[in-house]
Design a protein around this ligand. Structure first.
Ligand SMILES: Nc1ncnc2c1ncn2[C@@H]1O[C@H](COP(=O)(O)OP(=O)(O)OP(=O)(O)O)[C@@H](O)[C@H]1O
Length: 751
């Protein structure tokens, strides 16, 4: 089903009730002519004051689906709302990026309604300037939970006693990230403020430190007194509403309307409206029977998305990634799956900050090796014609663990060829980049907020250029045709980057939901897109079956042999295995010659192996470290040391390492060589099991969660302040046992 169904084509925003001048504005200035299905379905229930449980596929326009009717409701009020009436709408988001994005959309939508003031609290700014904005007053506030609670408790001038709407965008993610207690605290504070206002309607209740010793903020959702929240319209929104939301939704939503375009039905638990805010409408009807509670239908991707899996053994992952990226950006014929475009913007998902940093640094420096010209006796470059390429079938085994027999028929000339480039760096200074005219970016939670914003802007300037960004690029002389961004899952939720037509899930997703959200960064608003998932052979069937069972879609298998053959043809070689070996060798040599890059690579390798097990139950049967060969994983990070040695060796090229590299080239060509000293697989597993969660790993994990930790620190600080106030008043209290931090990847099992 497309974003706009046939029936939807007849519906414009005008028919939904937008005033004509406003429709003119959003259609002409913002390009929103027809509502998407989710916007169509949610419009009247929100106008009617109903609580909403909204689930719709990624990129289907959920932001507008809740913002437009809310803003319309507020804008129509007479006399006009003023900012000194306090905050009427709070939108909670799990990440700063999403916060920023929603705030930007709200700002644009509100241009004709200048009396409605939007604002944002996400922790990227100084508290004092945030306080100043709150003091002036804002009608609509987009915030991350930690920073919002901070201001609720400490900014006296923050007025929210007349709150009318709370929206939880990406609600399941917010809970997953361990914000449950913070949200509970926020709701408790809001309830108190609303109750107080109800008792004394003329009082202008600001916020501030009003906690008493008896204000024990409960960590349990079940202990929120939600009666006052009945006055507030609550909206839970996500592309994936999981079971961890059931209890939460049950507590904060009253008689919600479920909106799920996938099922194309609206449902409600009861016919009657129980909310006191039903003041707006009595004509609220339940248009359809209840949505069946089918946990397998919880995840949805756009039908315009092509899902692919690329099977690849660990030791060839790096080469395969480079080849795939080159194939996409050069519009080489790597199957019918990829758009032939002048400019490609590709997001590559990795699982750790260290990996994102490493890959960006490597790809930025990597040059195209000189195939066929470096051999001792020289080797004539072969012609760049398709007829020279070996048959696909012969190289399909390129991606199997053992080289194909076809690949093993090297002659003496081939043997000499392995002396190619020794260090792989000779004469490379003048070589073109492996991925020409491509800007590389990284986005992860360990970057400062400023860095993250400028990265997103720089990437967007290529993926979706505006006149302004084009001028800026030309001024600065940095004109890239393509963009590749290495991201952790910090970017997988809600980020709306138009023009991204390819997603590569290079390192495994942490859960099924993560898979969906990552893939959903393309095919937005009805556009076409492709998502490629890298899997090992032993993972492929399990992953495909899981996606099918969960009705996420069918994952087609990518013809990796064809991809490699094409690269070989491009560089004038016949043997894709040889080409792969040379590329791998170039990466390894570059890493060996560059100390900081090697450190990055080692860090990325360690965090990859450690993190491999932190997979949610929905995917733990697919990705298990039992079969992970750490030696091969090291190869995929361009490391030649055995896993045991990684981190111990000094950066720089040693002759021993260099000869090992040549041996590896020979091994890949299936030449009889002295056995390379690689750990036995059992030994590898011992290495991996060495990486049991340590303090160091916990630290890294916190880094991965970036801003969340920062917010947790803030919470802790507030708790301590509260404790000391309490103790100074009532004396020391028996310490309460601390609840363990909920792992970010812990999600409910529904398969
Ligand atoms: N009615 C519309 N007409 C045209 N474009 C639209 C319309 N509604 C939304 N869009 C565009 O579609 C894109 C996706 O919208 P949005 O970010 O709200 O999707 P989403 O459902 O929240 O996705 P996700 O679940 O990934 O966060 C945005 O670029 C938005 O501008």
């Amino acid at each position: 089903m497309s974003l706009f169904s046939d029936k939807q084509d007849e519906t414009t925003f005008l028919k939904l009730g937008l005033p004509e001048f406003y429709y003119d504005y959003i259609s002409k200035k913002l390009g929103y002519v027809k509502p998407s299905i989710v916007q169509h379905l949610s419009f009247s229930p929100i106008l009617a004051g109903r609580d909403i449980l909204m689930k719709s596929e990624t990129g289907s326009g959920k932001t507008l689906a809740f913002l437009l009717p809310i803003l319309l409701k507020l804008s129509l009020r007479q006399p006009h709302i003023t900012r000194d009436q306090g905050t009427k709408v709070i939108i909670l988001t799990p990440t700063r990026e999403l916060c920023n994005q929603i705030y930007t959309v709200a700002q644009r939508l509100l241009i004709p309604f200048h009396w409605i003031v939007p604002s944002m609290l996400s922790g990227g700014e100084k508290r004092t300037s945030e306080k100043a904005r709150l003091r002036k007053g804002c009608t609509l506030l987009v915030a991350t939970p930690g920073r919002l609670l901070d201001h609720i408790l400490s900014t006296k001038s923050f007025v929210f006693s007349d709150l009318e709407f709370i929206v939880f965008d990406e609600a399941d993610r917010t809970l997953d990230l361990g914000f449950e207690k913070t949200i509970t605290d926020i709701l408790v504070q809001i309830s108190k403020k609303v109750v107080r206002k109800m008792k004394n309607p003329t009082e202008q209740t600001g916020s501030g430190l009003e906690l008493s010793a008896h204000d024990d903020i409960s960590p349990e959702v079940s202990r929120i007194d939600t009666t006052p929240l009945d006055r507030i319209q609550v909206l839970l929104v996500s592309a994936t509403l999981k079971e961890n939301l059931t209890e939460f939704a049950g507590k904060v939503l009253t008689d919600p309307v479920r909106i799920n375009p996938a099922i194309l039905s609206l449902s409600s638990s009861k016919k009657s409206s129980g909310k006191s805010d039903k003041r707006q409408s009595s004509s609220d009807e339940d248009p359809a029977p209840s949505e069946p509670v089918n946990p397998l239908a919880l995840l949805k991707l756009p039908s315009t998305l092509t899902q692919l899996s690329l099977t690849c053994p660990s030791k060839l992952r790096l080469v395969a990634l480079l080849t795939l990226l080159r194939g996409i950006i050069l519009n080489r014929p790597i199957g019918p799956y990829f758009a032939q475009k002048e400019s490609h913007s590709i997001i590559v998902f990795v699982s750790t900050c260290a990996s994102a940093e490493f890959h960006m640094a490597l790809f930025e420096q990597l040059k195209m090796p000189e195939f066929g010209r470096k051999g001792k006796h020289g080797r004539k470059p072969r012609s760049d014609t398709a007829s020279d390429a070996p048959k696909a079938s012969s190289s399909l085994s390129f991606f199997s663990s053992t080289p194909s027999s076809g690949a093993a028929t090297g002659d003496e000339e081939d043997t000499e060829q392995y002396t190619y480039g020794r260090t792989g760096l000779e004469g490379q200074a003048h070589n073109p980049p492996f991925l020409p005219s491509t800007g590389f970016f990284r986005l992860h939670g360990d970057m400062s907020q400023l860095d993250r914003v400028s990265t997103i802007n720089a990437f967007a300037a290529i993926s979706n250029p505006t006149k302004k960004s084009k001028e800026k690029e030309e001024r600065e002389g940095k004109k890239f045709q393509h963009a590749v961004m290495f991201c952790t899952d910090v970017a997988s939720r809600g980020i709306d980057l138009r023009g991204v037509s390819e997603i590569i899930q290079y390192e495994r997703p942490g859960s099924l939901e993560e898979y969906v959200h990552r893939a959903g960064r393309t095919s937005r608003a009805g556009e076409k897109g492709t998502s490629v998932l890298f899997v090992r052979e032993e993972e492929r069937d399990g992953m495909e079956r899981t996606l099918e069972i969960a009705k996420i879609g069918k994952c087609q298998r990518m013809d990796s042999g064809r991809m490699m053959n094409d690269l070989a043809t491009q560089v004038g070689e016949q043997d894709p295995v040889f080409v792969a070996a040379v590329i791998q060798h170039s990466c390894e040599s570059l890493i060996l010659s560059d100390g900081p890059l090697k450190n990055k690579s080692e860090g990325a390798f360690r965090s990859f192996v450690r993190g491999y097990t932190t997979v949610a139950k929905t995917l733990s049967h697919v990705f298990n470290r039992g079969s992970l060969h750490s030696g091969h994983v090291a190869t995929s990070f361009g490391l030649k040391d055995s896993p045991r040695e990684i981190g111990k060796s000094r950066p720089g090229i040693s002759s021993q390492q260099d000869s090992e590299s040549i041996r590896m080239l020979q091994k890949m060509k299936n030449k009889p060589v002295q056995k390379q000293k690689r750990p036995h697989s059992d030994q590898s597993e011992m290495e991996i099991s060495h990486f049991t969660p340590s303090t160091e790993w916990k630290k890294e994990k916190r880094v991965m969660l970036g801003q969340i930790q920062e917010q947790k620190d803030e919470e802790e600080k507030m708790r301590m302040e509260k404790k000391s106030r309490r103790e100074s008043k009532y004396g020391p209290r028996k310490p309460v046992e601390k609840r363990p931090l909920k792992p970010a990847t812990q999600v409910s099992e529904f398969l």
